[in-house]
Write a protein that binds this ligand. Structure first.
Ligand SMILES: Nc1nc2c(c(=O)[nH]1)N[C@H]1C(S)=C(S)[C@@H](COP(=O)(O)O)O[C@H]1N2
Ligand SMILES: [Mo]
Length: 459
């Protein structure tokens, strides 16, 4: 029996019994448990096989602190994104109809400031990506704990380890589904991205709050135990392990350092910085977009005045050219009242021009100058001057995003347009010709293209 198992195996059982957790445990059961504890399976279950000298509470706590600050921002901007969909309106807006009490915080999404969704969703996606290397670094720093032997020494410890399944499983699930979504592979997921990412976030966050609560004191203590400035000056040759810690993160048999703590932080930092540089252009737009190699969405472009990212082309959505030609009509419905307008009739109405962004849930955004008819004018034309909401439908026959609902505050913002032109020219077919919705601060997906029908409702 080696030093370690004597110290941690039997010692822990004694402490555990002293705490009364298993005061009724029989001596025979105790001996059996002790034997199991003393004989870990080979490989990763033997703590001596984990030999990195930089693994320890300090490094874990540095990653932990970054996540403690960053993760809540990603969570909150994610909740805001859900609110921005105005799920209270139901229909295609509510992609998580069984959200129950998790929708407690929902509010009417504003149209002001008009860059709001661009900011919140840009932060959500960019920061989410930037934190991936930090999460990997953090997981690396604690990975021996995954193979803790014996698997548990007390009921309390078992509960804690199970909560870690939710914590680690939760963050991996959220990052994986999020990345799949921005790469637009989400059609391959066997479940709804929105529902899964939303529920996953709450499960993960619950585990995150518990974990942070339990570990906060230890994190602060560990961070105080070494100076960051000193670590950043320490090269590999002088890198020494931390003293043994109560969590057993420090290797019992450290190998000579092949990387300093500075190196580990630099590696993770460089990873995060690269992800930042390779994705932020998608939110900033302009010349930066060419750098956004990691965010391939929005790399399909139009030409001339229409030279900006296209999410779904007309061909992809099954829009036939004959549907968008001269026979196209916009139908406006308010109860029994229907109004039918051709594109020429729309162009004869009072036209307005505003610079407004498209900001996609996938994180990319772009700002363009749109010209069209005010949605409010269309409502008034139909006798729906105080409509509570409108259902906008496109020429598409199927697909979740063939329609979207807009709330009264969105209809009647003076900058909310049914756009007919962009940057001084007609919309291209891929950008929604003959007409598309553009509403300030609206998630891109609700800026419906190829609009054919708008139905106004009072409540
Ligand atoms: N009818 C319809 N409208 C749509 C979509 C769609 O698939 N069908 N995609 C939406 C999404 S997800 C975004 S981000 C914006 C993108 O507009 P763009 O392709 O003109 O850039 O259009 C939205 N309007
Ligand atoms: Mo989108």
């Amino acid at each position: 029996m080696d030093e370690k198992s004597r110290k941690y195996g039997i010692g822990d059982i004694r402490v555990w019994m002293a705490h009364g957790n298993v005061s009724a445990m029989s001596a025979g059961w105790g001996r059996a448990l002790q034997r199991v504890a003393e004989h870990p399976p080979p490989g990763p279950f033997r703590r001596r096989n984990w030999r990195s000298p930089i693994r320890g509470p300090w490094l874990t706590s540095v990653f932990g602190l970054v996540l403690l600050i960053g993760v809540p921002v990603v969570f909150l901007t994610g909740l805001l994104s859900y609110a921005a969909y105005n799920p209270g309106l139901g229909g295609a807006n509510d992609l998580t109809p069984d959200k129950g009490i998790l929708g407690f915080y929902l509010f009417d999404w504003p149209t002001e400031p008009l860059w709001l969704y661009r900011l919140t969703q840009g932060v959500h996606v960019t920061l989410g990506l930037v934190l991936v290397p930090v999460v990997l670094g953090k997981l690396w720093s604690v990975i021996p704990k995954l193979f803790d032997w014996p698997p548990f020494r007390s009921v309390a410890q078992l509960v804690e380890r199970l909560s870690l399944v939710l914590l680690v499983g939760g963050i991996v699930f959220e990052m994986a589904t999020g990345i799949l979504n921005i790469q637009l592979f989400y059609e391959v997921l066997p479940f709804s991205f929105y529902t899964a990412h939303f529920y996953g976030a709450w499960v993960f966050m619950a585990a995150f709050v518990v974990h942070s609560g339990i570990r906060f004191g230890r994190m602060v203590g560990s961070l105080r135990s070494r100076s960051l400035a000193a670590e950043l000056r320490t090269p590999t040759e002088s890198t020494q392990p931390e003293p043994p810690d109560p969590d057993d993160l420090v290797s019992p048999d450290p190998a000579p350092a092949t990387m300093s703590r500075r190196g580990a932080l630099g590696l993770v930092g460089a990873g995060s910085l690269s992800l930042f540089l390779l994705s932020v252009g998608d939110t900033l737009g302009g010349p930066f977009r060419r750098l956004a190699l990691l965010a391939p969405r929005g790399h399909t472009h139009g030409e001339g005045a229409n030279d900006f990212p296209i999410n779904k082309t007309a061909a992809e959505r099954g829009i036939r050219p004959d549907e968008t030609g001269p026979p196209w009509r916009l139908r406006l419905v308010n109860g029994p009242f229907t109004r039918v307008l051709s594109r020429e009739e729309l162009l004869d109405m009072e036209l307005h021009t505003y610079e407004l962004p498209i900001a996609c849930v996938e994180g990319w955004s772009t700002s363009q100058t749109w010209t069209g008819v005010r949605l409010g004018d269309l409502a008034r034309l139909t006798g729906a001057a105080d409509a509570a909401w409108v259902e906008v439908e496109s020429l598409e026959r199927e697909g979740t995003f063939r329609s979207a609902r807009l709330r009264g505050n969105q209809i009647f913002d003076r900058r909310s347009l049914l756009a007919l032109q962009v940057n001084g020219e007609d919309l291209s077919l891929d950008h929604g010709f003959p007409a598309r919705v553009i509403v300030p601060a609206n998630p891109g997906v609700h800026n419906t293209k190829w609009v054919s029908l708008m139905t106004f409702h009072d409540r």
